[in-house]
Write a protein that binds this ligand. Structure first.
Ligand code: LLP
Length: 423
């Protein structure tokens, strides 16, 4: 469920007509709903109750400071994967004890910053990384809580680019090697193993792979405890999928995921952490764009719009489907025609969709890509010197620009001319 609905024939973001935002900020732009973000966070929070738990919002999905501030105010923790994301978490007001640091390639500088600023745990992904963290923590005179991300070799049945839990993926330590690795951690100074981390991929639409992975984690918990480790925290991923294509079967709900967690690991007495990004932010955002031209091609027509692959890369990168809806609600029974929706970037890959059935649209019409709140703005670039599009947050009848569109001068002045080229 989201808060982008037609009212009196006009698409609204909560209580604000989308066309009103377009008139104020210009197109294209992203708009996010506070109510949807809040609701999705709470669904997870409630799904894991009454277990001791922390929902650590994976900010990679949408790391705008206003979105982060909202999550922090709701009591969420946060999952970060870079020094930049760590700095964002601190700037948004997350206390260190609610920040989890994930990622396969943490640098010394990133480790130092997080240890100095406060950290709930590092999720370690390899032996060289754990030795490096031990050195850094010891040098700083600290002992840091860690988990090891185990790779359970489970097929998450999702897009190959976002599956992370198979042996062939770069993530984690093979689960069969985990006891050996925890034994080494226990010997290393500066590290305190507190739990186990697992993450098998993103946009999961089936609970079975989770069940396999969490069952293996439960077995490992017993084994590690028998080895003398105080395993008291489990960080459980796989990100639940969202219904991009409304005609498809709906993915499992957070409450069903919560029931599975309780069934598989609920009796271990561990604190449960999860790291959802997409399900919290995805359907909480849309990308709004204006039709520039309608071009009649040879046997197919093109809707040329002012958003492009640099603004929303998911269709070009993953062949992802995003629902497209006109901002003015089509008349009931309006005729639909197949059309390719494309951006102005000079690549054939700048095609959002081919032969999508849409009502007749004219230049100047506004359209919205649904489910664009996660992995939309964060993956945008300024390719073709197209400014990063603004982001807007709606709260009931109010809206605010939470990241402004840069001017051409701002973009150009980020570059510098070396002395020898001047004059
Ligand atoms: N935690 C870890 C360790 C992850 O690798 C990911 C996603 C998440 C949490 C958040 O997963 P989510 O709840 O969002 O599924 N750019 C791609 C998605 C990449 C996801 C990578 N890892 C896309 O647009 O579909």
């Amino acid at each position: 469920m989201d808060h982008f609905l037609y009212r009196n024939g006009a698409l609204h973001a909560e209580d604000v007509p989308v066309a009103e935002i377009a008139a104020a900020v210009g197109t294209p732009f992203y708009v996010y709903s506070t109510a949807t973000l809040t609701r999705h966070y709470r669904l997870f929070d409630e799904a894991l109750s009454p277990l001791d738990h922390l929902v650590c919002y994976a900010m990679k999905a949408n790391s705008n400071q206003a979105v982060l501030r909202l999550m922090a105010s709701l009591g969420a923790g946060v999952d970060v994967v870079s020094g930049g994301e760590y700095a964002r978490a601190i700037a948004a007001g997350f206390p260190g004890k609610r920040i989890v640091f994930s990622g396969v390639g943490k640098t010394v500088a990133e480790m130092e910053a997080a240890i100095a600023g406060g950290i709930r745990q590092f999720n370690l992904e390899s032996e060289p990384e754990m030795r490096r963290l031990s050195e850094v923590a010891t040098r700083m005179g600290r002992t840091v809580p860690v988990t090891v991300r185990v790779n359970p070799d489970v097929d998450a049945r999702t897009h190959e680019k976002i599956a992370t839990g198979k042996a062939e993926n770069k993530f984690g330590i093979p689960i069969a090697k985990a006891r050996e690795v925890y034994a080494e951690i226990a010997r290393l100074p500066g590290l305190e193993p507190v739990g186990i981390d697992v993450h098998i991929g993103s946009q999961l639409t089936d609970l079975a792979p989770y069940e396999q992975a969490f069952t293996k984690v439960a077995e490992l918990t017993h084994a590690l405890r028998a080895d003398g480790h105080d395993i008291r925290r489990l960080d459980l991923g796989g990100g639940l999928g969202i219904p991009y294509e409304r005609s498809n079967a709906a993915p499992p709900l957070p409450v069903e995921f919560g029931d599975l967690v309780k069934r598989t690991v609920g009796d271990l007495g561990c604190e449960i952490e999860i790291e959802p990004g997409r399900l919290i932010a995805g359907n909480a955002g849309i990308l709004v764009s204006e039709v520039i031209y309608v071009k009649e091609g040879d046997g197919r027509n093109f809707l040329i719009i002012d958003a492009a692959m640099n603004d929303l890369i998911r269709p070009a990168m993953y062949g992802a489907y995003h629902d497209i809806v006109p901002v003015v609600e089509p008349e009931a029974g309006a005729e639909m025609h197949p059309i390719d929706v494309v951006g102005p970037v000079c690549e054939s890959g700048d095609t959002f969709t081919k032969q999508r059935m849409l009502p007749e649209l004219h230049p100047g019409a506004l359209i919205a890509f649904r489910s664009a709140g996660a992995y939309g703005a964060v993956m945008a670039s300024e390719y073709n010197t197209r400014p990063l599009v603004p982001e807007v947050l709606v709260h009931e009848h109010q809206f605010a620009v939470i990241r402004a569109r840069p001017s051409f001068d701002e973009i150009i002045n980020r570059d510098t001319i070396p002395e020898w080229l001047k004059g």
